[in-house]
Design a protein around this ligand. Structure first.
Ligand code: PRX
Length: 650
């Protein structure tokens, strides 16, 4: 978020951009009547869309809704990998590029649909050979290489449930996720590249594997990272290429029930422990397929690039499942945008003739800071559509993206959604919607949202909490192993049928949504979702820390920065060194994405008389704001001391 002054400025945003007639004329959807049609009968809308997928057995009921439990396409049988691969191989796309991959050091590979199909079938057989059965969980801890998508598709092919753990997470985070899901197989790699450095994934996995009793087998992909020692544990660890070597390329896709689990993906919430978000098969695939087709206006001759890592939900839905279900050509790039130079992304767009580009506001703000000379030196004329995801995009960044990347020619689609929603829920349809810089605009056809007050009253124009008021096909079906938390977290704010997003938003007088950021204890740092409680737990785990409270403060590029207030145990000296030690400790416990930007040592944390830490006050201090009413504090001087100190240090 860009801070409060920018938020109020949003209400005065009058710039708007209409779809170019030439774009609209060719777009998949250009008739606004689709919105009213879908709203009149969302189930019929989705059912119609679902006929574009290949079903092995038809559904008998579109939706069975027992709030908050939904079953979509009841009794339908379908296989996700068959929809992403087989139908393209037999349907004229056999030798079309599915993935065009580039490693950070510059190595390149292209996999056709036929290649991807063959390797997926082979790896599916490898998994079967390792004893993986339908319903078993397989953990994937890999760099951004095609084998990660192959492993996901292979799981989907045989009905195993994948749990991808982002390669930037620590050994401990990996261990906790493996144990929560009780995964029996881990697929990893020797390592990966990031900003010129090496991420030693296998070494980190080994650390995790010291305490993951459910894991029987580990498969290691040789990414070919130089100079990295890989220890293979006898009887447990096998090389991917050796297993693939003898594996048959024949593997019939398992007929999966619409509601069989496809994957678990862990994400941060308001407690210290990440939640395993559960997605199922039929509805999820439909959501990813339909939104990819319409929001990105995906055509057969597009070259599509979503810069997200597959370790996040954006990569699941918009690097793998959505685009492949559409038979698209997908560019995949392993590394950082500024390696070896700050035009790496633009170089990739030029090299492969990328037509659709999807990235995060954090990246756009970094590009803005680096200057227009970097994109200007590359040919970006192949681009025809730009997308944004992961955080609110401030109007300045939107305009810069529009002008300097899209050359005022490409529609910009700001897409709002979450790990839980599975696919995009709020975004323009580029052949229909007039966009406004900073607004995600309107709900996708068939989706119903409202802005509600805490009490549940609808806000027709103005700010409040974003709620989704009708079930949708790609909605989460639960939190793995924690059915109560599922109900309590998402379906208890108002009534059982209304989904609480955790986001604040505004509705303007034309019914456009303006997302304002999280209203709970979840931060969005550089587009990464981080729970304040997770960081707090990591801090108090350090032997010198007594208490901690973590809040977000606005940050020019990352949207939010992590600011940790810490009290240390008696007798421990404060020092610069200690702050660095604590930051490193958090990075080691969770992963580098959670490393605090600021550590503020405090004599005490401000608490209410009932002992609750006053986070709002800490946020105000972190933002350098005036303090307001502190009379409910047990010891008001705590805050004054903190604030003075913060201003000295900042
Ligand atoms: O706060 C919203 C923000 O990201 C959160 C979801 O994070 P995650 O589950 O990691 O998924 C990120 C990718 C979909 C949301 O609750 N968010 C996501 N997209 C936008 C956004 N905020 C504003 N505008 C967006 N386009």
């Amino acid at each position: 978020m860009g801070g409060m002054s920018e938020l109020s400025a949003l209400l005065h945003e009058h710039r708007r951009f209409s779809p170019a007639p030439a774009f609209a004329a060719k777009a998949h959807v250009s008739d606004p009547a689709i919105y009213a049609q879908a709203a009149a009968d969302p189930e019929a809308f989705w059912a119609q869309f679902a006929t574009e997928l290949d079903w092995m057995a038809p559904w008998t009921q579109v939706l069975d809704w027992q709030p908050p439990h939904a079953r979509w396409f009841v009794d339908g049988k379908i296989n996700v990998s068959a929809n992403c691969l087989d139908r393209h191989v037999t349907g004229g796309r056999r030798n079309k590029a599915a993935f065009i991959w580039e490693g950070e050091p510059g190595d390149r590979r292209t996999l056709t649909y036929f290649d991807l199909h063959r390797q997926t079938c082979q790896f599916a057989n490898v998994l079967k050979g390792l004893g993986v059965n339908k319903g078993d969980r397989v953990a994937l801890y890999m760099p951004l290489i095609p084998e990660l998508a192959i492993a996901m598709l292979a799981c989907a092919r045989i009905g195993a449930v994948h749990s991808v753990v982002f390669g930037g997470f620590s050994a401990e985070s990996l261990r906790d996720r493996i144990n929560d899901a009780q995964a029996t197989v881990l697929v990893t790699a020797d390592g990966g590249y990031r900003r010129g450095g090496i991420v030693p994934l296998k070494q980190m996995a080994d650390e995790a594997l010291a305490d993951t009793p459910s894991i029987a087998h580990v498969v290691v992909v040789r990414r070919g990272v130089a100079d990295i020692p890989v220890h293979m544990s006898e009887g447990r660890d096998r090389w991917y290429h050796e297993l693939m070597d003898g594996a048959s390329a024949q593997c019939a896709p398992e007929p999966m029930d619409s509601e069989d689990m496809l994957y678990i993906l862990y994400t941060s919430g308001t407690t210290g422990k990440p939640k395993g978000i559960v997605h199922t098969t039929g509805g999820y695939l439909l959501g990813a397929y339909a939104t990819t087709k319409w929001v990105f206006d995906m055509k057969d001759d597009d070259v599509y690039w979503c810069t997200a890592d597959i370790g996040w939900v954006t990569g699941h839905s918009y690097v793998v499942y959505g685009p492949l279900a559409n038979g698209a050509t997908v560019v995949m790039y392993e590394g950082a945008p500024d390696w070896p130079a700050k035009d790496r992304f633009w170089e990739i767009i030029e090299r492969y003739g990328v037509t659709i580009f999807y990235t995060a506001p954090t990246a756009i703000r970094a590009f803005m800071r680096w200057g227009t000379e970097w994109p200007a030196r590359r040919d970006l004329s192949s681009l025809r559509l730009l997308g944004s995801v992961g955080e609110p995009i401030n109007p300045e960044a939107w305009m810069w993206y529009h002008e300097h990347i899209g050359h005022e020619r490409c529609p910009v689609v700001d897409t709002w959604w979450q790990t839980e929603t599975g696919s995009i829920l709020i975004a323009p349809l580029p052949g229909i919607t007039h966009t406004k810089p900073g607004s995600a605009t309107q709900t996708f056809p068939g989706i119903s949202a409202r802005i509600l007050t805490q009490q549940g009253d609808a806000v027709p124009v103005g700010g409040g909490l974003l709620a989704i008021t009708h079930p949708w096909p790609s909605m989460l079906r639960g939190i793995y192993g924690d059915p109560e938390r599922f109900v309590q977290q998402y379906w208890s704010k108002w009534d059982r049928g209304t989904y609480f997003t955790g986001d604040g938003a505004k509705l303007d007088d034309e019914g456009y949504y303006w997302l304002l950021g999280r209203v709970d204890d979840v931060l969005n740092v550089a587009g990464h979702r981080i729970g304040t409680m997770e960081v707090e737990s990591a801090l108090v785990d350090h032997p010198k820390v007594a208490e901690s409270a973590v809040v977000g403060r606005p940050h020019q590029i990352k949207g939010q920065a992590l600011c940790a207030f810490v009290t240390i145990k008696e007798g421990v000296a404060r020092s610069e060194g200690l702050a660095d030690e604590l930051k490193a400790h958090v990075a080691q416990k969770i992963g580098a994405i959670a490393r605090p930007d600021d550590i503020i040592f405090a004599a005490d944390l401000p608490k209410t008389r009932s002992g609750k830490i006053m986070r709002r006050l800490l946020r105000d201090i972190a933002e350098g704001k005036a303090l307001g009413d502190t009379t409910t504090l047990a010891d008001p001087s705590v805050v004054a001391r903190l604030r003075d100190q913060y201003q000295d240090e900042a």
